[in-house]
Design a protein around this ligand. Structure first.
Ligand SMILES: [Zn+2]
Length: 326
């Protein structure tokens, strides 16, 4: 199912609060607060933010060209632009919900995989859109209950993993969103390991590259999640700062209701994703933002990612071109 059923975080939850993840917002940005408009169709907002350190920029980490093999499209960080994201404490992974930069750049992530709009793959190819995908096995393989909130619960296409291999071939990283999309708050270490490591293994087998990032369903995780995910070989937990609803409407997690530099946007694979995506891309561009290459920005923020291993033949690297406003 899609990430649409998350309610309010339960007060008794054991959600982790690793010191590395609880840091002030980047300078000039208000601290995140609960979105007063968050409705039942939204995923929970993440509780933690990116971790810009006071250690200054990381010029040596800033790449000068497309980094590795994944996510080859999109804006790349300039030297000194990106603050450092501190490593997780002890055996825990870092938790990231925004990229510490003042440049007007945002990052697009797409979750689950119930609906597989072929037009979306064409759009990513034609406009060289940098995206990162978080795939849930049961959604991709249509094993469970279809998403009732999208297109009446019908599947668009039956591409299964082939659909994601098409995206991979465009340079899109396919990351870990568990096997069955559970609320990890409710699972012990063994069950979390099954969900997280199991999905990493499935993705490695189907895509040919092990995932490096975990997005816990509903944004819910525990300290156990951060340790288990590291033992599964993952490098970071990636949350988000705003979600995008059908029609391209952005639901902000912050009171000012504006895109901010470094925001990570969450979408879902939906029946009309290509149509909605065009609206969103135009909206982002009209507001003067670029789309960033998440992999390159994470590396510039000194997140320890594995060496990219998948050969790609991305389209001409370019930021999405403008189209006339409707
Ligand atoms: Zn999800």
């Amino acid at each position: 199912m899609i990430c649409s059923t998350g309610g309010a975080r339960s007060p008794e939850s054991s959600v982790a609060s690793p010191a590395a993840a609880i840091t002030p917002s980047p300078a000039g940005r208000p601290a995140q607060t609960s979105s007063p408009s968050a409705g039942p169709s939204l995923e929970n907002r993440p509780v933690t933010g990116a971790s810009p350190s006071g250690a200054g920029p990381a010029p040596s980490a800033a790449p000068t060209g497309p980094v590795g093999a994944v996510g080859a499209a999109g804006a790349l960080p300039r030297p000194g632009e990106v603050g450092r994201i501190r490593a997780g404490s002890g055996a825990a992974l870092p938790v990231i919900s925004a990229i510490p930069t003042r440049r007007k750049v945002v990052f697009l992530t797409i979750d689950d995989g119930w609906e597989q709009d072929p037009g979306f793959v064409r759009l990513v190819r034609e406009r060289a859109v940098p995206i990162t995908v978080f795939a849930t096995r049961d959604a991709v393989e249509a094993r469970g209950v279809p998403d009732p909130g999208a297109a009446g619960g019908r599947y668009v296409g039956a591409g299964k993993w082939a659909y994601f291999r098409e995206l991979r071939d465009l340079g899109v990283p396919i990351e870990d969103h568990t096997l069955t999309h559970p609320n990890l708050w409710n699972l012990g270490p063994a069950a979390q390991r099954t969900e997280i490591c199991g999905a990493a293994g499935v993705i490695a087998g189907e895509i040919g590259r092990r995932p490096a990032l975990l997005r816990p369903p509903f944004g819910n995780y525990t300290g156990t999640t951060l340790r288990v995910a590291r033992r599964c070989g993952l490098s970071a937990v990636l949350l988000w700062t705003a979600s995008v609803q059908p029609g391209g409407k952005i639901s902000y997690q912050t009171p000012d209701k504006r895109l901010r530099p470094g925001d990570i946007l969450l979408l879902h694979f939906r029946a009309n994703l290509a149509r909605d995506f065009r609206i969103l891309l135009d909206k982002i561009e009209r507001r003067g933002f670029e789309l960033g290459n998440l992999d390159a920005y994470l590396r510039a923020a000194r997140v320890r990612l594995p060496v990219a291993s998948v050969p790609t033949a991305p389209p001409t690297p370019a930021v999405p071109s403008a189209t006339p406003p409707a």
